[in-house]
Design a protein around this ligand. Sequence first.
Ligand code: IFM
Length: 466
Amino acid sequence: MTDSTRRFPAGFLWGAATAAYQIEGAAAEDGRAPSIWDTYSRTPGRVRDGDTGDVATDHYHRWREDVAAVADLGLDAYRFSISWPRVLPGGHSNPRGWDFYSRLVDALLERGVKPVATLYHWDLPQDEEDRGGWPARDTAHRFAEYAEQAGRVLGDRVHTWTTLNEPWCTAFLGYGSGVHAPGRADPAAALAAAHHLNLGHGLALRALRGVVRSPARYSVTLNVHHFRGDPEAVRKADGVANRVFLGPMLDGAYPADVLADTAAVTDWSFVRDGDLADVAQPLDVLGVNYYNPTRVRMWRGDGAPANGHGHAVAAASPFVGCDDVEFPAPSGPLTAMGWPIDASGLEELLVRLHRDHPGVPLTVTENGAAFPDEPGPDGEVHDADRIAYLHDHIDAVARAAVRGVDVRGYFAWSLLDNFEWAHGYSKRFGLIRVDYPTGRRTWKDSARWYRDTIRRTRAPRDASAG
Ligand code: IFM
């Protein structure tokens, strides 16, 4: 498939994505309160090189320049997240925090770019964690209150609302393996967190729909893992990685096999009558983040099992209830994250989601790769590996569309190099390079390539698509 033979549906949205803690900086400015990532990144040994998001890419001050880049790239949409502790520090509305997002949204709209706002991209206010965090039910209710405020302030201008980004990471990396904030390693707490994230999602959607009067779309973004290998291993891993969210959100029920596989960890008594009806709110679009496929196999007791992070399964695994599932180290071409490069997984994943949940439109809300790119002698970043990665994955989306998948958009991760969580600033995913000491932005070759690709493959504008 070449650029010119790719076909995308009318109204297909081309975008790029970022997240608040990864780019904003200004951690203690204009009334922002600490989040769990401030605490975690200041805890020695948690984040590589002791990096924090205190300054990040300084987007809080450079947002005008970044919006200009979004427009110059020719993007239809820009996906960003709102920092809960910036807009509701201590649980109280902070006008200076809201003003930041209000200005950002206005600037996007002035440039003809659709704002796609995520409410939760992992930066839980630290005081919410102190009250129990996501394993505690009240967090879901306070999240819905925050969503309602966001709807009141920005609801006249946001094109698409996304409740959560990758709740699997929040629940299972944050509370299961502890490699993300808040760094707890407690499998029962991880499952409780998963349920309360599901509940928070549903309550937040209902709250938003209750206050937003302008036409908007409502979504959630999941990092639906694409597993390959022994069917039994795939079933088990898929259960606690994917169907623990897809089931309640889209079908209003936890899959029976997930409950059975995790029965030794929890009795699920935190699921109360009526919760599942609250969770299963209608979705206009399901956001899918895809980076790589994951191989799994049942552990037959021969040799040391591995849990996908290079540790023996005895170390805290994020895959709760999967102690007999092995995650062999990937082979073949890898990104700087050590993730395999395989675009066929994206096509298969989109086809699977369309088959399992017909009628639910999909958008690829993140896709991209970290490579060890550095400026050459000419000062430019010639990131041919990222261009090849993006090219092949965009092809995969086009092939899925040709196969009948209702796919509505593609967002590159990420607009800018940024704080890559426990990896600090060591991994660069950006289309635009950030020189951290100065904050200076430089377009990589991939940014120019993405701009040109969008121009060439853009579906004819469809007046009915908004
Ligand atoms: O940087 C992250 C992002 O915050 C969530 N999805 C995966 C990206 C790359 O790891």
